[in-house]
Design a protein around this ligand. Structure first.
Ligand SMILES: Nc1ncnc2c1ncn2[C@@H]1O[C@H](COP(=O)(O)OP(=O)(O)O)[C@@H](O)[C@H]1O
Ligand SMILES: CC(=O)N[C@@H](CCC(=O)OP(=O)(O)O)C(=O)O
Length: 307
């Protein structure tokens, strides 16, 4: 090799070696990645997402993908002449709407992600919460202004069975989960918010990290008035903040709290519009977005990159 070629290769080797501490730390750890429908903006981003997930897999982590599809469901409902309505941040889901939700999540969004991941090898296997009792739910009735409200086929998770996902991970696969659940009491299929499903799976799997990819930089301190992102907060700080949050951030931050209280080391909300944001979070100390940690975690330098 000529001296010039050696010199050009050196910075690349440097970059690889910088990732070594993170590779060691994350080796064999489960990472649940929630890919929000709003972050699936274009083909390049989706392809970069698939590359990142496959990279994690080959780097010795165990990624589990849970995907959303809110905007895609709204578009399909629109085509079917069904108006989208949200209450308490959740889609009011009639029986007809449920068929569309299931078709879009399991038949379109999940299939597309599985296809993108499998361009890199026989890795991804798609399933919904209905498969092998992965997610069991009962009818969810949120309390709005002190009254229980009927929002149709929206599920509240009652149990998680991690057996199928763990078997796939043990077989070297990447599970891709759609947030649809089956009820044990009434036999119905339920629509579950994808953030809630991802957080419940992360806790049940004993994941090290929950990573929620969305279409904002993280949790804004004073949304929509300022774009100051809260970079780190403890479970108790988040709990105090929850009543002030609105719309899409409610299930996301409730999910992060649930995950961290359930033993997940860090839960992060990051900007899915930034290409390779997953790699930045996992393998560098340039992590961006919002990180939630347990209360008792000791404080120390360089925590943004510590998970
Ligand atoms: N405090 C906040 N910080 C950031 N975003 C917020 C906040 N409160 C509400 N939001 C809204 O939450 C949205 C993200 O949630 P959502 O639309 O459900 O996305 P996804 O499809 O990724 O789940 C943001 O685009 C923003 O409009
Ligand atoms: C009950 C409920 O609201 N379910 C969501 C499920 C999809 C989802 O959560 O997608 P995002 O992550 O892209 O928002 C919905 O019907 O839109």
């Amino acid at each position: 090799m000529s001296t010039t070629r050696k010199h050009t290769a050196l910075p690349k080797a440097q970059i690889l070696i910088e990732a070594l501490p993170w590779l060691v730390r994350h080796n064999g750890k489960t990472v649940v990645i929630k890919f929000g429908g709003n972050a699936m903006i274009d083909e390049d981003l989706k392809a970069a997402f698939a590359q990142d997930v496959v990279f994690l897999h080959h780097a010795g982590l165990k990624p589990v993908v849970v995907h959303g599809g809110g905007p895609q469901i709204s578009a399909a409902l629109d085509q079917h002449g069904i108006v989208s309505e949200f209450k308490a941040g959740l889609r009011v889901t009639t029986e007809d709407a449920m068929d569309v939700v299931r078709m879009v999540l399991a038949g379109q969004v999940q299939r597309e992600l599985v296809g993108l991941l499998n361009q890199h090898g026989p890795l991804a296997v798609g399933l919904t919460g209905e498969d092998a009792h992965t997610i069991t739910a009962t009818k969810h009735q949120p309390e709005i202004d002190g009254e229980l409200v009927d929002i149709g086929r929206v599920g509240e998770i009652t149990a998680i069975d991690t057996g199928a996902i763990e078997a796939l991970l043990a077989d070297g696969r990447i599970p891709v989960v759609s947030s649809i659940a089956r009820s044990q009491d009434d036999g119905h299929v339920y629509n579950v918010n994808a953030d809630t499903a991802a957080a419940a799976l992360a806790a049940a799997l004993g994941a090290e990290t929950l990573m929620v990819l969305t279409d904002v930089e993280g949790l804004y301190e004073d949304w929509p008035n300022s774009d100051e992102v809260i970079s780190r907060l403890t479970a108790s700080e988040l709990e105090r903040l929850l009543p002030e949050l609105s719309s899409g951030m409610v299930p996301k931050m409730e999910g992060c709290l649930h995950a961290v209280r359930g033993g997940v080391t860090t839960a992060r909300v990051i900007d899915g519009r930034v290409q390779h944001s997953i790699l930045l979070e996992i393998f560098t100390d340039e992590g961006i977005g919002t990180m939630v940690v347990a209360d008792e975690k000791p404080e120390g330098p360089g925590e943004q990159g510590e998970s």
